[in-house]
Design a protein around this ligand. Sequence first.
Ligand code: SAH
Length: 213
Amino acid sequence: MSWTAEQKMRLLFALRSKGVTDKRVLTAMETIDRGLFVQGLFSDRAYDDTPLPIACGQTISQPSIVGLMTQALEVTPRDKVLELGTGSGYQAAILSLLARRVYTVERFKRLIDQAEAVFETLDLTNIITFLADGSHGLPDHAPFDKIIVTAAAEDPPGPLLAQLRIGGIMVLPVGQSDAVQTLIRVRRTEDGYEYDELCPVRFVPLLEGLGRE
Ligand code: SAH
């Protein structure tokens, strides 16, 4: 069963009221059914503007945060995008409608398998998944036009900064894992990096190594 017109309208209203105004982002979020990415106990809350638990003790991000991060990335149809933290695959699915190609990295095999199944159902063929510790980025596939990190580190990881193309944008939460973090945007220029702060957020931590599940 897919989502109803009313569920869509409620979600879009929540997105707009939290500052997601970019038409392309709103259209992508109206196209991807979040219910496909939330299984079990919490599936009846899939269309609420709230983060929800997924397998392996992780979370699917709050839709308005997904929208704000996607909007801040300024994705174009020519972009090669790197996402760290596939989780449910929801953010990657939205990016896949806006970008040329999405490389998404996750440390839990179980999450990769589940996300891949949904990508297949939706026929999203421009997403490439990687089971790896993404904090080193994907040096073999760099540089990237855009990088999005959906788990929090204390500082922007050096390898990711290095893998951002000049003119590129990276959006990520930074701060302690047990505290409120700050969503920041980094632009790489000819001369270096420019940083700006977007809003307070709370993400699961970016961890080292592979997960056990
Ligand atoms: N973008 C996701 C939300 C992800 S939650 C979505 O749309 O559902 C953050 C994810 O980052 C978790 O699944 C966690 O396992 C993963 N993660 C944390 N540290 C990581 C690392 N070093 N490399 C790859 N993935 C990591």
